[in-house]
Design a protein around this ligand. Structure first.
Ligand SMILES: [Zn+2]
Length: 257
């Protein structure tokens, strides 16, 4: 059986309140035996930690401040985050990054918060999970500043061009989270993934969002990861077994699972 890691799932979201246990069971039966939970801000933290303690061999928590949660009180959020990272075991820092889609009001604060989280990732030797939406140039500005800092990063829900992928790799040690979008009919992602190095790819659902075909339209969940692996295998002309093995190995190394 192929074993997978879902490197990005918000299983603590209320969308899973009605069937969280069942959903985790379906994932494990589909071979998705490990899942990484990115943080958002202090409001979701306790729900995430409850999931981690209920399923300690399956669900692994991260700590971070999502760009859309960067508001007036962002400095307080960052100090809570710093405190948590100094005291508890996490598997990554994030979601961090920048989002100019929902609002540009706090873009300069987002930039600062992203930089601090890169520094924290480096300090604790954890990968930083990067959310990038309509802010590519700003992301590059931040990365440029940390060119000489040693850290690992993951571009979550990557959907950029092959040129963006190549440019990002000139800035540091990055991996790319590929999810349901690769299965969408009008997506350019298959063409990009075809040219990407499989050693730089990890799988993710971003559940409850971004549901892959053939389940598009309903809530996403970790058990759908094999649909994403199958599509990658198809576009890269690889065996699905190899896709599972390589991407799971990438994820285990990155998150030290
Ligand atoms: Zn997410």
């Amino acid at each position: 059986m192929n074993l997978y890691v879902d490197t990005h799932i918000h299983i603590y979201d209320e969308e899973f309140d009605r069937d969280r246990g069942e959903s985790i069971k379906r994932a494990i039966e589909a071979g998705v035996t490990k899942m990484i939970m990115p943080g958002i801000d202090s409001t979701v933290h306790s729900a995430m930690m409850k999931c981690a303690s209920d399923y300690p061999d399956t669900l692994f928590p991260c700590a971070g401040l999502h760009p859309t949660s960067v508001k007036q009180d962002w400095k307080k959020e960052i100090s809570i985050l710093e405190e948590r990272l100094s005291k508890e075991r996490y598997y990554g820092v994030g979601e961090a990054g920048m989002d100019g889609y929902w609002s540009k009001e706090f873009l300069s604060e987002q930039k600062e918060a992203f930089g601090i989280q890169i520094e924290l990732a480096s300090k604790y030797d954890l990968p930083v999970i990067i959310h990038s939406r309509e802010a590519t140039e700003e992301i590059f500005e931040v990365l440029d500043k940390y060119r000489n800092l040693s850290f690992k990063g993951i571009f979550h829900a990557f959907s950029g061009s092959i040129e963006t992928y190549r440019r990002l790799l000139t800035f540091g040690d990055f991996w790319f989270g590929i999810g349901g979008v690769i299965t969408y009919k009008n997506s350019n992602l298959p063409e990009t993934v075809k040219q990407m190095d499989i050693n730089r790819i990890i799988l993710e659902t971003d559940a409850p969002w971004l549901t892959p075909v053939p389940h598009r339209g309903s809530r996403n969940e970790a058990s759908y990861i094999p649909h994403i692996a199958a599509k990658i295998a198809q576009v890269k002309e690889m065996e699905i077994e190899e896709v599972a093995e390589v991407t799971s190995g990438n994820a285990k190394n990155l998150f030290k699972l």
